[in-house]
Write a protein that binds this ligand. Structure first.
Ligand code: FES
Length: 149
């Protein structure tokens, strides 16, 4: 069955061909792990130098990231990097997730144009912020009561 959005999706795919890899285009058109999370164990929000903001929520069980979601008001590359970094983080232990860097995201996407590489950094910095929040809350669980998410 074809959806009413298929022609639009096709148009978006065509406009990105030659600029982004097929993998990146797929993450832009079908982003994974989009949305906020009720009762998250960690939350990060970072605004990059370009003015775009990303938010990441984490669910952690026994030291393993069991769920990671994101939202962003950024461009296609930002959507693709948020989608990818949350995919990479899922199933990782906290020490493993802390080692995720910009290059891991770029490798998973098969590269990004030079002018979009900072989008991968924004995604990684937001993940690190969410991990830091998780670790801070572990030390001071009472702070949960003052969180807005
Ligand atoms: Fe701002 Fe991508 S253009 S993060």
């Amino acid at each position: 069955m074809t959806s009413e959005f298929e022609p639009l999706e096709q148009l978006i795919r065509e406009s990105m061909k030659g600029v982004y890899t097929e993998t990146t285009i797929d993450h832009v058109v079908n982003p994974r792990n989009v949305g906020n999370m009720q009762d998250a164990d960690g939350f990060g929000e970072v605004t990059g130098p370009c003015g775009d903001t990303m938010e990441i929520w984490l669910k952690v069980k026994r030291g393993i990231i069991t769920n990671a979601t994101f939202l962003t008001d950024g461009c296609g590359a930002t959507i693709a990097t948020g989608s990818t970094v949350t995919e990479i983080a899922r199933g990782k232990s906290i020490p493993e997730a802390m080692k995720i860097n910009k290059q891991h995201v770029l490798n998973a996407l098969g590269s990004l144009p030079e002018e979009s590489i900072h989008c991968a950094l924004l995604a990684v910095n937001t993940l690190k912020q969410a991990i830091k929040d998780y670790l801070d809350l572990k030390k001071e669980p009472w702070k949960r009561a003052y969180r807005k998410y």
